[in-house]
Ligand binder design. Structure first.
Ligand code: EPU
Length: 335
């Protein structure tokens, strides 16, 4: 275990924000983590760094969770049960499942980040959320250094939400995630408009999981910036849920406002649409701005600071509140 000093975190967050870690250590096993926690309890975790906006230097010991490995726990005729260590790259894992013809996460192709953080915000895209395939999450409880297990139910998953963003926040370090995937009779989710259009454009009528994954990759590449080229953290805000009454009032003024039904009394409105309607889409201020193809994504064109991006986010929140009376909630962790 090698604790380094004064390390830039630029390569450890997909926003590419250049802040300094006073002390930094990369951890490659559960045992190493337990040993470290004997001496250091007040730690700051980074994994894939895909859901954080760093606004200042980190004084705490930065712990990079880099525990690798995939294992097959059991198989039956229809399913395979896998445990994947936290440091595995999410998209590489998705591609591997497709190469093995294991179905269930093809719609979640190309989401940045690592496996260990996928349960925290319950990553989701194109009609699938990771909660649909997670059977168990294992984590080290920081205080006791014990390995504990959370069942799917105990994770208390919701839209971009879980126990790890609430009661369990800051108390655990996720070390592995277990999944149940299909080996045959894959349940494809292709009803999402853009996927249907993409498959039709290739004349695919009977898609495989690989076809769906390829379609999702093509859609994401056409709309979302690649963090390797332009720093970003995916959707910066959550899509807000508002009352049907509030929505009906907005619809009188904005007849084209999109919505998804949540319940008899509530609807979800795409934050991207609200931000675009407020004139922010594609706006660039110095080295940061709002992505030109998806207004929900804030971007760092090179050397922006986390503070600048956070200020822009707050400006967007104020504008949306004034114009639509809607509170936009930030989805990424602002540190
Ligand atoms: N829209 C606009 N302008 C924009 C962006 C979107 O008007 O700049 C409108 C679109 O026309 C469409 C609607 O908003 O009517 C929805 O757009 P899209 O399908 O792109 O999805 P989204 O609601 O903006 C969510 C997730 C994404 C996920 C996509 C696809 C959240 C916060 N975001 O975005 O997740 O990839 O659906 O399922 O729920 C992420 O979390 O990082 C992420 C990228």
């Amino acid at each position: 275990m090698n604790i380094q000093e004064n390390i830039s975190l630029k390569n450890y967050n997909t926003f590419g924000i250049d802040v300094n870690a006073k002390r930094f250590v990369s951890i490659e096993s559960v045992y190493e983590l337990q040993q470290l926690l004997k001496k250091e309890k007040d730690v700051f975790l980074v994994s894939g760094g895909s859901n954080m906006l760093l606004t200042s230097d980190i004084e705490k010991l930065v712990v990079h969770i880099n525990i690798q490995g995939i294992s097959i726990d059991k198989e039956d005729e229809n399913h395979v049960y896998l445990t994947v260590n936290a440091g595995e790259n999410w998209h590489d894992f998705v591609l591997w499942t497709i190469s093995q013809d294991y179905g269930g996460i093809e719609n979640l192709s190309l989401i940045p980040g690592n496996v260990g953080t996928c349960p925290i915000q319950n990553i989701g895209a194109y009609g699938v959320e990771v909660k649909d395939v997670i059977t168990k999450v294992e984590a080290i409880e920081i205080e006791s250094r014990k390995l504990v297990s959370f069942s799917n139910k105990e994770c208390d998953f919701g839209y971009r939400n879980s126990i790890f963003k609430n009661e369990a926040k800051g108390k655990y370090i996720i070390t592995s995630v277990s999944f149940q995937l299909t080996k045959k009779n894959h349940q494809l989710n292709t009803y999402y408009g853009a996927i249907e259009t993409e498959l039709a454009s290739k004349n695919i009528t009977n898609p495989t999981i690989k076809d769906v994954s390829d379609a999702v990759i093509a859609i994401r590449q056409s709309k979302l910036p690649d963090p390797k080229e332009i720093g970003n953290s995916g959707s910066f805000f959550k899509n807000p849920v508002i009352s049907q009454k509030h929505f009906n009032k907005l619809q009188e003024e904005y007849s084209d406002i999109p919505s998804y039904k949540v319940s008899e009394t509530e609807v979800k409105v795409p934050a991207g649409w609200l931000i675009e309607k407020s004139g922010f889409k594609g706006k660039r201020f110095g080295d940061y701005g709002v992505h030109e193809k998806q207004a929900l994504v804030l971007v760092n064109y090179g050397n922006a600071s986390g503070k600048e991006i956070y200020q822009l986010a707050q400006k967007i929140q104020r504008t949306i509140k004034e114009k639509f009376g809607i509170d936009l909630e930030i989805e990424v962790n602002v540190i």
